[in-house]
Design a protein. Structure first.
Length: 177
């Protein structure tokens, strides 16, 4: 019986930063321990870093509060950043004056920043695959490896057959003389 690990998340919606800029900071903390992620964000010089830190702290507090409220045994020191995503929000259409009375349109992008933390088990993730039970990806890899091996065997066989056929033909000619 395997217990599912709980995820605790926090979200900041409609933030005035482009998702592309937010993703630069989120990629730095993805998969790290929460303590290490907080240190990383604290010393990142991007403008969105304080916002990401705020959302990360909120996710940590959600984990702390829900573990107390629901009586879960969650070790806060063992939490890691499971997902860190910046999705597109609605775009604000704006107009900038242009020469000769024209106007250029541009868009102000908004982002929805979502961070979820989960508890990492002490032993780590260990998966064992029984013989004969393979995942579709492994099956594809083995098929590809089998095709490649068959192609090389066929190539060797073809070249070997030609050489041996020419040698045997030469031997039969000598024997006939």
């Amino acid at each position: 019986m395997q217990l599912d690990t709980r995820e605790f998340r926090a979200e900041a919606r409609f933030q005035r930063v482009s998702p592309q800029k937010a993703r630069l900071v989120l990629e730095l903390i993805k998969g790290r321990r929460v303590e290490e992620a907080l240190q990383t964000v604290a010393f990142t010089k991007k403008g969105v870093a304080p916002l990401v830190e705020k959302v990360l702290r909120s996710a940590l507090q959600n984990a702390n509060y829900l573990s107390q409220e629901q009586g879960l045994d969650v070790d806060v020191d063992n939490l890691y950043v499971k997902t860190a995503v910046a999705n597109d929000g609605p775009r604000m259409k704006r107009i900038r004056p242009a020469p000769m009375g024209r106007a250029f349109r541009y868009q102000r992008r908004l982002a929805h920043i979502l961070i979820s933390v989960a508890e990492r088990k002490q032993g780590g993730v260990v998966t064992t695959v029984e013989p004969g039970t393979e995942t579709p990806n492994q099956r594809v890899k083995t098929k590809a490896a089998a095709k490649k091996a068959a192609a090389t065997k066929a190539l060797v066989k073809k070249t070997g057959v030609k050489k041996t056929a020419s040698k045997t033909a030469a031997k039969t000619k000598k024997a006939a003389k």
